[in-house]
Design a protein around this ligand. Structure first.
Ligand code: SAM
Ligand code: SF4
Length: 341
């Protein structure tokens, strides 16, 4: 066994207590970088989704006993999952839940923000790749419909009902929205909004990736630094963002740099897909198990817990190997929406 890995593994540096739960693999948007129009996606059949009851059984009977206390609901688009508010309410009510959050495209937030808040959700990340409605429609593949205003209204509504922190996710694509980086960063000045720039990854649309390439976080920081200066921020999330602040701003700007700076060895999360696959890593399926199949075939929760424990035991080695190989260079056949990004 590699000695360095052994030391890190045994030091228990990364307590894996964070589960990203994909509620659905479908989406009402067709973002160019994720599942562009025309992509053939092998959608999960409805009968193969983990039902609400199955999901809650797995959380109560498998994940919480193993020390998971932080949960993020994602997708696809989590807000199109029927019963999403009830799922939020149930997870928020577990005494062990320390943190519950959601990543959404925001399209249905105007309608649902208050209900989600009342159900116990407090933290939300909303994707907003452009402030220019035309560019936005192009990015999300609106097919002639105008969606920017509804997303913007959804963000305002989430802010109004009290979501805190409220984070805005921006995937930066050269020649598409990178000219808006300063305008987007400026959103953090007046309001307590946290704008996070995500390096474009070759997952979902490798044509676009090969065509446009990606912009590094460091380059974006330089641009922001030159305009306003940047100081280290105070806000720490669960995730891998490096957080900074424009001097005097109420919010922060964060950078998720998985292309330029592999942070696999800091990974503290597992991912559960809408059809019950538990994977140790976004980019690696080694050892993945299907908990829904296990549950439906009558395998006991004790046994399923043991299977997850085994997967947890190999996760540090998977992450360490990825870190060593700087692996985020190839192309990947599954989109973020299928994995639960
Ligand atoms: N539909 C929701 C949304 O868009 O926020 C949640 C699911 S989406 C898959 C989760 C996150 O993955 C979003 O912030 C999205 O921007 C990001 N994402 C999707 N494809 C990506 C890619 N190729 N590179 C980097 N980030 C990506
Ligand atoms: Fe849908 Fe989110 Fe993917 Fe866009 S990034 S297509 S909103 S899942």
């Amino acid at each position: 066994m590699n000695r360095t890995w052994e030391i890190r593994h045994n030091s228990g540096m990364n307590q894996v207590d964070y589960l990203r739960i994909s509620l659905i693999d479908r989406c009402n948007f067709r973002c160019q970088y994720c599942m562009p129009e025309g992509t053939e996606i092998d959608y999960v059949l409805r009968q193969n989704f983990l039902t609400q009851e199955e999901l809650l059984t797995l959380l109560r009977g498998v994940f919480i006993p193993l020390g998971f206390t932080r949960f993020r609901l994602t997708g696809g688009e989590p807000l199109i999952r029927p019963g999403v508010v009830e799922i939020v309410r149930a997870i928020a009510s577990f005494p062990e839940t320390r943190d519950l959050s959601m990543t959404t495209n925001g399209f249905l937030l105007k309608l649902l923000a208050q209900d989600l808040y009342n159900a116990g959700l407090r933290r939300i990340n909303i994707s907003l790749d452009s402030l220019n409605p035309e560019v936005f429609e192009q990015i999300v593949g609106s097919r002639g419909r105008t969606r920017w205003q509804q997303v913007w209204d959804g963000i305002q509504e989430a802010y109004r009902v009290g979501f805190n922190p409220l984070k805005l996710n921006v995937v930066v694509i050269p020649g598409v929205n990178d000219q808006e980086v300063l305008d987007l960063a400026a959103l953090s000045i007046e309001r307590e909004w946290h704008v996070r720039f995500i390096e474009f990854m070759p997952i979902g649309n490798d044509h676009l990736f090969n065509d446009r390439g990606w912009v590094s976080s460091e380059e974006l920081r330089q641009r922001i630094r030159m305009r306003w200066g940047l100081t280290e921020g105070q806000v720490q999330g669960n995730g891998p963002a490096d957080v900074f602040q424009i001097p005097g701003a109420r919010g922060t700007v964060g950078f998720i740099s998985q292309m330029s700076e592999c942070f696999c060895d800091r990974c503290n999360r597992m991912r559960l897909s809408a059809d019950g696959w538990l994977r140790p890593c976004l980019l690696n399926e080694t050892g993945q198990i299907n908990l829904k199949t296990g549950l439906r075939s009558g395998i006991s929760l004790i046994n399923l817990r043991q299977q997850v424990r085994t997967l947890l035991a190999i996760k540090p080695e998977i992450n360490f190997k990825l870190r060593e190989s700087g692996a985020i260079t190839g192309t990947y056949s599954r989109t973020m929406s299928q994995i639960g990004g």
